[in-house]
Ligand binder design. Structure first.
Ligand SMILES: NC(=O)C1=CN([C@@H]2O[C@H](COP(=O)(O)OP(=O)(O)OC[C@H]3O[C@@H](n4cnc5c(N)ncnc54)[C@H](OP(=O)(O)O)[C@@H]3O)[C@@H](O)[C@H]2O)C=CC1
Ligand SMILES: CC(=O)N[C@@H](CCC(=O)OP(=O)(O)O)C(=O)O
Length: 345
């Protein structure tokens, strides 16, 4: 068994990691670190964990952590992991759920996150954990940068179309919608119930921190610079992300031809389900699971390829993909801790 710790222990990402690690056969969760609450059991903060996970919350102690654990998950806001990971060393596997290590350009991080970027030496060794696309590099990783939630849905939906040159690289539009748990556990004026109930809001237009992440990895995967338009919307549901994406078709292709190539592209990848012609994903269809469901359609009237991609933001968009990546890093079965059927209805 490998021993693991979670930093940011009382946040939503951490709680989801705890749920998944409970059924992981190779990892024992030994420390849950919290900067806000100490000497209290996690099950007192979250009563749904009563008699299941009673670990006492501790304040982060790097020296003790370095001796005790093999794997550390940072489920913390941007700005934390980049400061602590360089102090850990010892070959300990560090998985960062935040955006600290995702952008290769330090200037881009400064522009979009409004803070100093991680040291270049840390960015150089961090591996981007889009599991299905970057599996070979993830196998060798010690420092793992887990993708953002919208980038996970958007990149898995768009990369096959761009790599096969089914769509032009210019004019790609990503219309993204997310449940409110994506904003974390601390309520704000934007996520407060009266603002979100019975309401849909577009937010961070032209300013979303996932824009440079999507551009960077789309560009890497089609060897030309891509600038996609992302607009994110907050919708009144707890979990789920759905991205409806549009790209101008580059030639003449049928829905069936592109779908069959997507099915081939993701063959052997148990967590990406490419749907049949006429079927489209829903957030409920992936709720509580690590699946990314993809459906698509060629609109011959407008010559647009319409791709729809759905994930659970806390699962494939965060904790689920983090566990999938740890499984890849350690040569374990990729679905260890992740065998959940979506919760339906
Ligand atoms: N929610 C989602 O769907 C997704 C989240 N992410 C990313 O994962 C990370 C965690 O997200 P999420 O769990 O939703 O966020 P939350 O806000 O729910 O949790 C983050 C936790 O980090 C800890 N924390 C807060 N401030 C500090 C600080 N200054 N120093 C140390 N720890 C701090 C707190 O826990 P404590 O007080 O116990 O230490 C807090 O609860 C974020 O970077 C987020 O952007 C990525 C993809 C999807
Ligand atoms: C609803 C909501 O506010 N969602 C967040 C998701 C951010 C996230 O989880 O990703 P990072 O790790 O890149 O910050 C947002 O759109 O910014």
């Amino acid at each position: 068994m490998k021993q693991a710790a979670i930093v940011g222990g009382t946040g939503y990402g951490a709680i989801e990691l705890i749920r998944l690690l409970h059924s992981h056969s190779e990892i024992e969760l030994v420390n849950i670190y919290s900067h806000s609450q100490h000497e209290t059991a996690i099950s007192s903060v979250y009563p749904h964990l009563k008699n299941i996970e009673n670990t006492t919350l501790d304040s982060l102690d790097i020296a003790a952590l370095t001796k005790n654990v093999d794997i550390v998950f940072f489920a913390t806001p941007a700005g934390i992991a980049k400061e602590f990971i360089p102090k850990i060393g010892n070959g300990i596997q560090c998985i960062d759920l935040s955006g600290d290590l995702r952008l290769s350009s330090r200037d881009a991080y400064k522009n979009w996150y409004k803070a100093e970027a991680a040291d270049q030496s840390l960015l150089d060794v961090a591996v981007y954990g889009l599991s299905e696309i970057n599996r070979q590099k993830i196998k060798e990783a010690t420092i793992l940068s887990n993708p953002g939630c919208f980038p996970t849905a958007a990149l898995l939906g768009l990369i096959p179309a761009l790599q096969n040159e089914y769509i032009h690289t210019e004019g790609i539009v990503i219309d993204g919608k997310t449940g409110i748990s994506g904003a974390g556990k601390t309520p704000s004026a934007r996520t407060h119930f009266p603002e979100t109930n019975d309401n849909i809001t577009a937010y961070k237009i032209g300013q979303h921190q996932h824009i440079p992440e999507i551009d960077q990895y789309l560009s890497e995967h089609c060897s030309t610079t891509v600038h996609a338009t992302l607009t994110t919307h907050l919708v009144p549901m707890t979990r789920g992300i759905i991205c409806t994406m549009y790209g101008k078709v580059n030639g003449y292709y049928t829905t069936e031809k592109i779908l069959s190539d997507y099915q081939h592209f993701y063959e052997g990848n148990q967590f990406v389900r490419v749907l049949d012609a006429g079927e489209f994903p829903t957030t409920k269809g992936v709720y509580g699971s690590n699946f990314c469901d993809i459906g698509l359609h060629v609109d011959s009237r407008t010559n647009q390829l319409i791709i729809v991609s759905a994930i659970d933001n806390l699962m494939k968009g965060a904790a689920g993909q983090a566990i999938q990546n740890v499984n890849i890093m350690n040569g374990w079965n990729e679905n260890n801790g992740l065998k959940h059927i979506p919760i339906y209805p």
